[in-house]
Design a binder for this molecule. Structure first.
Ligand code: AKG
Length: 260
């Protein structure tokens, strides 16, 4: 997609889709990474490979440093870019968990709420296997606080909060259909969620949250990565160093020598 169309769709609808942003071989490595992490953390569901498990992982750094992804992010938040969140939401065949309707910003201690999310597909993701769904235009809604939402049981849902059903009109919800290597990008205010995966296919997505370095992450010692441009004096985010690849601790991947 041309960058202008991409930006227009993001501004008007609250999300945009970019086809083939990474090569199929790299998307395949995302699939391998889920297998690798499932071996490393056998007691964790693959919907819950959270930031703390990923942020020092060289393969994640390889992904977040893909210039083509950062070029799109730059169109929205400018040239000084950091990552403050990474989370795999990988849904197993037959029993992948749903994500309740929510706005991302409700969860985040960001000052100001200037942030953009990428959802990078490691597999096909469509209505059959519980793809992300968005309600276009709702990025113009007010941001709900956690206290205005209902609590969900995390043994059944990926996230612990959802917007009250009576506050949602999902008639205009759209399925974000992606192939391996495609990505969607969404606004922190847009209402979105996903259904369970009852199909026989995996559904693997990596969510990445990018901030301009003018956004302060107000959570003590929260680990961020400075990716492009420079940090801002007075905004005391905790930017970590480039990780070192360790045999046995990290998944080998094409390009891992750059982390040795
Ligand atoms: O992966 C999903 O099903 C939902 C993703 C999501 O909620 C997000 O990226 O903010």
């Amino acid at each position: 997609m041309k960058k202008n169309n991409f930006k227009d769709s993001y501004d008007n609808n609250g999300f945009s889709v970019v086809k083939g942003v990474i090569k199929p071989s790299l998307a395949n490595e995302i699939k391998n990474h889920i297998k690798w992490l499932s071996g490393k953390y056998p007691n964790t569901r693959p919907e819950a490979f959270h930031h703390n498990m990923l942020i020092h992982d060289p393969f994640i750094h390889h992904l977040i440093n893909q210039d083509i992804i950062l070029d799109y992010v730059q169109e929205i938040i400018g040239q000084n870019i950091a990552l403050f969140g990474a989370h795999y939401i990988a849904k197993k065949p037959l029993s992948g968990q749903p994500v309740g309707w929510h706005q991302d910003g409700s969860y985040w201690p960001l000052e100001p709420m200037n942030v953009v999310s990428i959802w990078l597909a490691g597999t096909y993701s469509g209505p059959e296997n519980g793809c992300m769904r968005v309600i276009p235009g709702t990025q113009k809604n007010r941001l709900l606080k956690p206290s205005q939402m209902i609590k969900l049981d995390t043994s059944e849902f990926v996230l612990d909060l959802a917007i009250r059903p009576e506050e949602i009109d999902d008639n205009s919800a759209l399925d974000i259909k992606l192939n391996p290597g495609d990505m969607s990008i969404h606004n922190p205010f847009i209402i979105h969620g996903s259904n369970p995966n009852k199909s026989t296919l995996w559904r693997i997505g990596l969510t990445l949250r990018f901030i301009p370095t003018t956004t302060y992450v107000n959570r003590t010692n929260w680990e961020c990565v400075l990716l492009r441009g420079k940090n801002v004096e007075g905004i005391k985010n905790n930017y970590i160093d480039k990780p070192i690849f360790i045999d046995g601790e990290h998944m080998p991947f094409k390009g891992c020598h750059k982390y040795k």
